[in-house]
Design a protein around this ligand. Sequence first.
Ligand code: SF4
Ligand code: SF4
Ligand code: SF4
Length: 322
Amino acid sequence: MGQQISRRAFLKGGLAAAAGAAATGIPGSEALAKPDETKQLATLLDISKCIGCGECVAACSEANADKYPNPQKPFPKMYPPRAKVSDWSDKQDVDDRLTPYNWLFIQNASVEVNGEETELTIPRRCMHCVNPPCVKLCPWGAAKQQDNGISRIDPNICLGGSKCNKVCPWDIPQRQTGVGLYLDVLPNFAGNGVMFKCDRCYKRVADGDLPACIEACPEEVQTIGPREEIIKKAHALARQINGYVYGETENGGTNTIYVSPVPFEEINQAIEKGKGKPGFPEARDTMADANNLAAAMVIAPLAGLAAAARKAYNYTKKERLQ
Ligand code: SF4
Ligand code: SF4
Ligand code: SF4
């Protein structure tokens, strides 16, 4: 309990609490100053420490249960029919991939470390890119990035069109049909639900608390702090274990930095990949692509249209309620 209070207090109390944390011997928190809300916060994941216990996954579910979708059934028939139904509401217990009800999962990789066959376990969730294409290319302005680097999807605006998933190098956002604005505005023509993903516990962070998965981990696999400091720590750790860094430059840079004892190409080969199961690709900078930048400029007015549609919709709804 004392340990938990010290770890929670780190973000709340800043330097003073950090000094306290150092006194309690809790690694990972003592070197970090009070986060500046205008600077991007990053997390460091030390893969060699993870024992695959799943405490972080359980904590994520518990902390975010009230944000999970509660779909209306039967689902409206879609036109065009290529807008597929994605229904995870009867599979809420699935925890071996990302779903609208599971924003964090543990991947397994059998690799050789120093000549020994080793099973690595790797927590996977949104990377919280520095310049996130899911945010910049969402046609409806539903995905947003906070100044502290957290990207999240507003379930009250998202129509579930999956653009964010298509432009994400890690296939992170996952759709649930039968929820959201599309049911009232465009039930038969667009979207088909709402996209869900890790929002890095933005409310907890705003309150000065640690994200639930970080707080729950018994091995202190994750550390959170200003990005520059996290990058320095990642390189120091990589030097110490003769290891490798992932996330610093991928997709133009992310706020989730992994350090591994083996090259990420090897991990990428060893893990099971597929829908909702991201790999560790090289991930070139999506937003540096001129075509995408042009596309972003073209679609920007749609966000304005969407806002107008929402306003009209809210007005009509208000009228109906009176
Ligand atoms: S709680 Fe920590 S040790 Fe357990 S699976 Fe999650 S990151 Fe790994
Ligand atoms: S990892 Fe994917 S969903 Fe997460 S911020 Fe980057 S582009 Fe968006
Ligand atoms: S930061 Fe929060 S939402 Fe994201 S994986 Fe961790 S517990 Fe889940």
